[in-house]
Write a protein of this length. Structure first.
Length: 227
């Protein structure tokens, strides 16, 4: 089935142009003119979301933050904001890419296709791993400790997946950022510290074991043993 894309922008002209482009490319397109409207079209989940930041009711950052815990598909910001601080904030609330207006439609299409290919590769890698009382289902993107689910955001799970798949190997923040956000990421590796903090907090609610260890002055590594 053709991928479903949700376009959210309060500028009708932009929505029309982007919608026509992706429909011509065979996508199933859902259009929303505000952040509030976008919240109505998240069930069932789209395959990818194009989300404007500057909207009058609910801005894109708020929408992204509200849905990221429940929506694992890629979220791409479409925005006129170009400051580094804005980009960092966008990535920190769960965005996967940041596309500045005005943009080239073919470049936008290529980025959307690249993110969808990446998602398809992840879904095709079926595996389950056990670390003491923790179970990680890489296919379903689910984690449970003592049979209690641990709900992570998309990027949080991606970090756990990277570290746990290479247990014992030390990754510095820059390497984690490159692996999780990709080469197109324009954020700051300091974002990793905040994501690690949130992951540890969620793990601490169900276990006393520190699965993510800090190697001071170097980075982080996965400690899968609970002994």
């Amino acid at each position: 089935m053709n991928p479903k894309i949700l376009i959210v922008d309060d500028e009708p002209g932009i929505v029309a142009v982007v919608q026509n482009y992706f429909e011509a490319a065979g996508y199933r397109v859902i259009a929303a003119c505000s952040g509030t409207d976008a919240m109505k079209y998240l069930t069932p989940s789209p395959d990818i979301v194009l989300l404007d930041i500057n909207m009058p009711d609910l801005d894109g950052l708020t929408v992204c933050q509200n849905i990221r815990e429940h929506i694992t598909c890629p979220i791409l910001f479409l925005t006129a904001r170009v400051e580094t601080a804005d980009k960092i904030k966008g990535f920190s609330v769960g965005a996967d890419d940041y596309i500045v207006k005005p943009f080239d439609l073919d470049e936008l299409g290529a980025r959307v296709a690249a993110h969808l290919r990446r998602e398809n590769r992840k879904q095709g890698q079926s595996s389950l791993r056990f670390f003491g009382d923790m179970v990680i289902d890489y296919t379903k993107r689910e984690i449970a400790v003592h049979q209690k689910p641990v709900v992570l955001s998309k990027k949080e799970f991606d970090i756990v997946a990277l570290l746990s798949a290479h247990a014992g190997q030390v990754f510095d923040r820059e390497r984690i950022y490159e692996k999780v956000w990709g080469l197109e990421g324009n954020g700051n590796s300091d974002t990793i510290m905040e994501h690690i903090r949130k992951i540890r907090s969620k793990f601490a609610a169900v276990t006393t074991h520190g699965y993510i260890e800090t190697v001071w002055g170097v980075g982080y590594k996965w400690n899968g043993s609970d002994k």
